[in-house]
Write a protein that binds this ligand. Structure first.
Ligand SMILES: Cc1ncc(C[n+]2csc(CCO)c2C)c(N)n1
Length: 217
């Protein structure tokens, strides 16, 4: 019998396929993604990460098992190191924007609402695609790229394609699966919806970067 994650991963496979096929990912893999688009993405991602770490900390606080709390608080503080590395990179890059794009705002607001106003199970399901999709995209690129020695985005690719990251994703999946064992049918339904919505928001995040999304007014 398959577990909750296996089922929802299968049910949302079409979203992952569309992310893999997206021009952002295809061009990132080929190394041809325009630099301005990549920097737009990194800039928005820095804004996303600064909020996402607070969301993970909130999920950690809500956990009953102290190992689960430790996992999410570690993941949250781990993001601070990533953020600092991103900012180092930015110091000699063009202008840094402090304003979240529409999609970035939508995604972080959604996750924050899920973590603060919904059950722990729903919160876990909402934050999980951030882990699983990046791992699947990292692995997909590593398995299909032919330019590992001269791709300008290789550092980014290696961050999410490696084994260390895979272990962290495995723990996030196990913790979430564990919380589905005693969950009601309604709660599972809500978890499915949250996972699916966050997966769609992951697609939208790449797409909004590719189009350098701007506020309409
Ligand atoms: C929009 C967006 N979604 C997911 C990630 C990947 N990610 C960010 S924090 C974290 C967990 C701790 O490593 C993971 C997997 C990203 N960078 N940007």
């Amino acid at each position: 019998m398959s577990n909750w994650y296996e089922k929802i991963n299968l049910k949302t496979a079409h979203i992952l396929e569309q992310i893999k096929a997206h021009r952002f990912i295809q061009e990132l893999m080929a190394g041809t993604l325009p630099k301005d688009i990549f920097y737009f993405y990194i800039n928005q991602d820095a804004i996303y990460l600064s909020e996402y770490k607070k969301v993970l900390a909130q999920i950690g606080i809500k956990c009953y098992d102290e190992n689960d709390t430790q996992f999410f608080l570690n993941a949250a503080t781990g993001i601070i190191n990533v953020e600092n590395a991103l900012h180092q990179n930015f110091l000699n890059q063009e202008i840094i924007k402090n304003e979240a794009s529409i999609t970035c705002e939508l995604y972080i607001s959604y996750l924050s609402r899920m973590a603060h106003t919904k059950s722990l199970e729903e919160g876990l399901a909402a934050v999980l695609p951030c882990f699983t999709i990046y791992q699947q995209i990292g692995d997909y690129i590593l398995a299909n790229q032919t330019n590992k020695n001269n791709n300008p985005y290789q550092d980014w690719i290696n961050t999410y394609g490696g084994e260390a990251f895979a272990n962290s994703v495995k723990s996030a999946i196990e913790i979430t699966n564990k919380h589905t064992i005693k969950a009601s049918h309604e709660s599972i339904n809500n978890m499915n919806k949250a996972f699916e919505k966050a997966s769609k928001l992951e697609w939208m995040f790449w797409d909004s970067a590719y189009n350098k999304e701007s506020w309409k007014i």
